[in-house]
Design a protein around this ligand. Sequence first.
Ligand code: NAD
Length: 256
Amino acid sequence: MDRQLEKQCFIITGGASGIGQATAVWLLDRGAMVAILDSNPVRIDAVRAEFGPDAARVFTTVVDVCNEDSLTNAFRQSTDYFGLPLAGLVNSAGIARNVGFMETGADMMRQVLDVNVIGTFLASKAFVASPRIPAAAIVNIASVSGMTGNTGRSAYGASKGAVIALTRVMATELAAYGVRVNAVSPGPVRTPMVDSIHARGFEARWTSRIPLRRYGQPHELAEAIGFLVSPSASFITGDVMVVDGGFLSAGVEATD
Ligand code: NAD
């Protein structure tokens, strides 16, 4: 068995649901220790219960990633709990809105940018300022909506485009700190977030544009995120790995 992640310590924002939770499971299955920083206390209690005996290797705390003081505290508590330097950070906390351009107000735009961009930025700064192993890594979660013009995504798409740009700047600057930085850019993945913004008819239209003809599952994203945050990806930084069933690659598909 691959033991390179045993007793390695990771922080996952948004780790109490969906893709973040699946990444926590992926890391725990490989012997790692995980801190879950999430704004939803009910989900935090639920995932702790789901981890069973693995919960001893999990630290959880309620955090708003938009709040710098709350993040600083959470990172300190996490490293105190582990008693070891951090190996990686996964920025999975995020919110989504499906609202037309003309219906998107400045408040909604600010709220989405605040969580998805400022939250990623602040958590990454807290990570770099924390005790770290010499070769550490950050994975940001972008989206195909940050790479193409899906309707209803003014706020969300703008935020994820910014996450991609931020990833590249961070990779360039943080190499000097011994920190690799990559992004994973998912297409639609079956999580509470997608269930809240994709209606049934909408889902059929998406699926018809995805060559693999289905939504992804959270564990399929965890495979990509886990790889990039682990030493297996030691020469990869500044990359945006698209995990979308072929959605972005597909052009027109002939039907007959
Ligand atoms: P999810 O809603 O299941 O999980 C997101 C988690 O983030 C939740 O537990 C939530 O409580 C937490 N969160 C939200 N705001 C927060 C805040 N201010 N501070 C701390 N935690 C906060 O969603 P998911 O689908 O697992 O999404 C994870 C990431 O993947 C997000 O960045 C999302 O934009 C991105 N993504 C998801 C999809 C998809 O189809 N599900 C596609 C592309 C990108």
